[in-house]
Design a protein around this ligand. Structure first.
Ligand SMILES: Cc1cc2nc3c(=O)[nH]c(=O)nc-3n(C[C@H](O)[C@H](O)[C@H](O)COP(=O)(O)OP(=O)(O)OC[C@H]3O[C@@H](n4cnc5c(N)ncnc54)[C@H](O)[C@@H]3O)c2cc1C
Length: 450
């Protein structure tokens, strides 16, 4: 039983993203016979493609089953923020749960992830359309400046990242002006990219290295016989000694009993404007290509694209139907106009959504289902770099090049099921309402205290 409206899982539909006007996934046929490989990967997003690339580089025979086309899931339709932050736990809770050493290791591994994307692009001649320098976290109200100062201290002293706090005038000087931007934290880790070009480039690279990439081949049943995994898709069966699950927000509960109920898919949504003129950019004093996050609840993420379009993202609806998507898009367009009044009337050319995954541990998950099956999942909406790194980590683990103890414990929590798992989307709806009420109260209290 899908958790959202079936339209969100319909692989025959394009994402309708702006990125689709810039790149074309490689043509891949469906699995139409039975065959055998050493490692089978389920899902051709960044986790699966990166794992495939690193295994193929070591001479392993790899095949991928993908229900849509390569990059069809979140990987080809995200905001392109190649940044850090793949957990829903705040720094204080992370430190309390895991201790300083494990948290520092986690942030160092996310920093390696950003560098890995750049290194893969250089090695495989991928056109990333890389933009910007680091990431900017913006306080939308003066009462959030203290939160940013605490984050600054965490990133500087624990994560060991180069970072700076900017006053409102420094933000105007380095970035932009908005009535809902009163100061910022700049992390010098991360950049923006074109996610569909990146995903398609990785898919082409794995095909070049002999990986069999089967598109339009959903895994329907998974059996184990005599030490072999048998993955059944409508056109045939893929037999493998080792399996990697790389299905993230599109993981169905029936895929594997140990994964059932462990992930909460959440809809993220994006709109893009037509290209802005230099006069329109100047009207908001816009002068940065660095990706921006805000302290709003729900969070806004935005960036200027190479051709002058403005990309604006936020959490999506909790239903998944086209009508709810449109309603959410109208709200996002209105909020875009409030944040950037000079752009109130600018035409929106594209609007789309997709699924990110949250784990019950609120941390990303790397692990084993049994001795020969592995998973890498749950990047909490921040998977461009981390999924690439996790794919590499899984490949190196399988190859015996990486001891799993070298992966930060933050990634290695045992899988946990959500309470009342069949109704977890209702839990999400309840939480969204609660957060909205709490946020409204918090803003009132903070404003009154000033
Ligand atoms: C709108 C949106 C904006 C986002 N913005 C950002 C951002 O700016 N920066 C960032 O870091 N992260 C962002 N993310 C999150 C990021 O895209 C993901 O964390 C990352 O792409 C996950 O990669 P993945 O390969 O694990 O999963 P996915 O890319 O989701 O790939 C999973 C694949 O598995 C396939 N699959 C599922 N079930 C089966 C099956 N049974 N058989 C065969 N195939 C199957 C799916 O079709 C899918 O293609 C965003 C996500 C969305 C949706």
């Amino acid at each position: 039983m899908p958790l959202y409206n079936p339209v969100i899982y319909d692989r025959s539909l394009p994402a309708q993203s702006y990125w689709e006007t810039t790149a074309q996934p490689p043509e891949c046929s469906a699995l139409q016979q039975s065959e055998t490989c050493e490692v089978a990967i389920i899902g051709a997003g960044l986790t699966g493609l990166s794992a495939a690339l690193h295994l193929a580089q070591a001479g392993v025979q790899v095949a991928i089953l993908e229900a849509g086309h390569p990059g069809w899931g979140a990987s080809g339709r995200n905001g392109g923020f190649c940044c850090v932050g793949a957990t829903a736990l705040e720094p204080e809770r992370l430190l309390h749960r895991f201790g300083t050493a494990a948290v520092r290791q986690f942030y160092q591994q996310q920093r390696e992830a950003v560098e890995l994307v750049k290194a893969l692009a250089a090695a495989e001649s991928l056109d990333l359309e890389a933009q910007g320098n680091g990431e900017i976290q913006v306080a939308h109200h003066a009462s959030y400046l203290a939160d940013l100062a605490a984050e600054f201290s965490f990133y500087k002293n624990i994560a060991d990242y180069p970072c700076q706090l900017w006053s409102q005038s420094e933000l105007v000087e380095h970035g932009f002006a908005s009535p809902e931007a009163v100061g910022a934290l700049h992390l010098d880790v991360g950049f923006g990219l074109n996610p569909l070009k990146y995903s398609c480039g990785l898919a082409e690279a794995v095909i070049r290295r002999g990986v069999k990439l089967y598109a339009h081949s959903p895994l329907e049943t998974w059996e184990q016989q005599n030490g072999w995994h048998e993955l059944h898709s409508p056109g045939g069966c893929l037999k493998a000694k080792t399996v990697i699950v790389a299905t993230n927000g599109y993981t169905e509960d029936r895929l594997h009993p140990q994964l059932s109920g462990c992930l909460l898919p959440v809809i993220s949504q994006i709109i893009t404007t037509r290209p802005l003129t230099s006069a329109e950019l100047a009207a908001q004093n816009w002068q940065t290509e660095t990706p921006v996050f805000s302290t709003h609840q729900p969070l806004f993420y935005y960036r200027l694209l190479k051709d002058g379009r403005f990309l604006f993202g936020s959490r999506g609806d909790t239903d998944g139907s086209l009508s709810e998507r449109q309603r959410r898009q109208d709200w996002m367009q209105r909020r875009l106009g409030e944040l950037f009044p000079a752009w109130q009337q600018i035409e929106i050319t594209h609007g789309w959504n997709g699924l990110v995954a949250i784990s019950a541990n609120l941390t990303p998950q790397i692990g084993q289902l049994d001795a020969q099956s592995f998973y890498g999942l749950a990047y909490h909406g921040s998977g461009v770099g981390t999924a690439t790194w996790v794919g590499q980590a899984l490949a190196h683990w399988i190859l015996g090049k990486l001891d799993p103890a070298e992966i930060s414990p933050v990634f290695r929590q045992p899988l946990k099921s959500f309470p009342i798992a069949p109704w977890r989307v209702w839990l999400l709806r309840g939480m969204c309402g609660l957060f909205a009420a709490q946020n409204w109260l918090k803003c009132r209290e903070r404003s009154a205290a000033q």
